[in-house]
Design a protein around this ligand. Sequence first.
Ligand code: SAM
Length: 225
Amino acid sequence: MNQEEEAAFERERLRMVEEQLRRRGIREPRLLQAMLKVPRHRFVPPEHRHLAYVDGPLPIGAGQTISQPYIVALMTQLLLLQGNETVLEVGTGSGYQAAILAELAREVHTIERHAELAERAKLILQELGYQNIRVHVGDGSLGLPEFAPYQAIIVTAAAPKAPPALLEQLDEGGRLVIPVGGQWGQMLERWTRHGAQYEQEEFVPVAFVPLRGEAGWKDERWEWD
Ligand code: SAM
């Protein structure tokens, strides 16, 4: 990509932040800064790259998507990151959300069930110089106990309910942000741990691809391919 193309993408990114995020109420300065910095177009496959900054999700292969910028920002905002957290992301996909998290937290573990998506994400994140992200391949519906507890967990695929393993791997005061629901729509939920109790809040309706695996959707009719 030449300098002119990079500059054009940068202008589009600025417009994305103003029109899609700030105007819709995303106000946290560190988050807006991260959304302004991370080159979303690098995470989008070449055939869709010209659409990288549009107000919606885009296909990334394997029947999966990179989420809409506003939803990435909203979910990140709900995690209440201060800068010193260990974060788990379930559903690496393109790696874009992981990069945003890495700008705002100390360390990010991200897990993806499709090895080819994980490989591609890892490569892009390496090219961009991220050293605080570890990409794992596996069933993230069971979490990643080796690196628990997490002060924040984000699930970027729709679950039938908040997976027990993820609730267990939350640190005291930790937050889990997750879309819960089925094929026809889901609700964005936040679970906050207080000892053995969890506070549950509901935010906005969303539309995600399904979470698969042990604690995910089993119904194979809910496919995007
Ligand atoms: N966060 C991604 C990004 O920034 O591009 C978008 C993720 S996409 C909406 C959801 C991802 O979750 C898909 O890549 C899918 O393969 C993955 N996924 C679904 N079930 C999973 C599971 N049990 N463990 C790990 N990844 C899973």
